[in-house]
Structure formats: structure tokens, C-alpha cells
Design a protein around this ligand. Structure first.
Ligand SMILES: Cc1cc2nc3c(=O)[nH]c(=O)nc-3n(C[C@H](O)[C@H](O)[C@H](O)COP(=O)(O)OP(=O)(O)OC[C@H]3O[C@@H](n4cnc5c(N)ncnc54)[C@H](O)[C@@H]3O)c2cc1C
Length: 42
């Protein structure tokens, strides 16, 4: 089965939650990118 690839820009709470829900569906390959080396920090 070929998984649809989803790219999420931003590893804040919104991006991580989206990745969580997409991965739970089992139909998607998720990649997350962030401009900061330490996402989640202010
Ligand atoms: C000083 C401060 C204190 C806070 N304290 C609290 C608290 O105590 N409790 C609480 O519940 N909330 C707090 N908040 C609010 C909380 O941080 C936000 O509600 C929450 O982070 C929003 O999540 P988000 O995923 O929408 O955005 P963000 O957390 O901003 O995540 C967005 C991510 O996208 C990345 N990004 C943006 N543009 C690009 C780009 N062009 N390319 C790649 N990456 C990119 C950023 O680096 C960031 O990691 C605080 C906010 C601030 C500013």
C-alpha cells in the first residue's frame, strides 16, 4: 500500500497534533520541518 506523503511546516503544538491524527489514520507518511533546531520553544 502506497502511503500519501504529507509535509507539515512547523513543529509547534498545531503541527504535532496534526501529525498525530494523520499517523493514527494509517494512510499517510508524515514529515515535519521546522526552521528552528529547537521547535516548541518560544
Ligand atoms: C512568551 C509566550 C509564552 C507562552 N506561554 C504559554 C503557556 O504557558 N501555556 C500555553 O498553553 N501557551 C503558552 N503560549 C502560547 C503557545 O505558545 C501557543 O498557543 C502555541 O505555541 C501555538 O502553537 P502553534 O503550533 O499554532 O504555533 P507555534 O508554537 O508558534 O509553532 C509554529 C512552528 O512553526 C515554525 N515555523 C514558522 N514559520 C516557519 C517556516 N516558514 N518554516 C519552517 N518552520 C516555521 C516555528 O519555528 C514554530 O516552531 C505562550 C506564547 C508565548 C509567545
Amino acid at each position: 500500500m502506497v502511503l500519501a506523503k504529507i509535509v507539515i511546516i512547523g513543529a509547534g503544538p498545531a503541527g504535532l497534533l496534526l501529525a498525530h491524527y494523520l499517523l493514527r489514520r494509517g494512510k499517510y507518511q508524515v514529515e515535519i520541518y521546522d526552521r528552528r533546531p529547537d521547535p516548541g520553544e518560544f
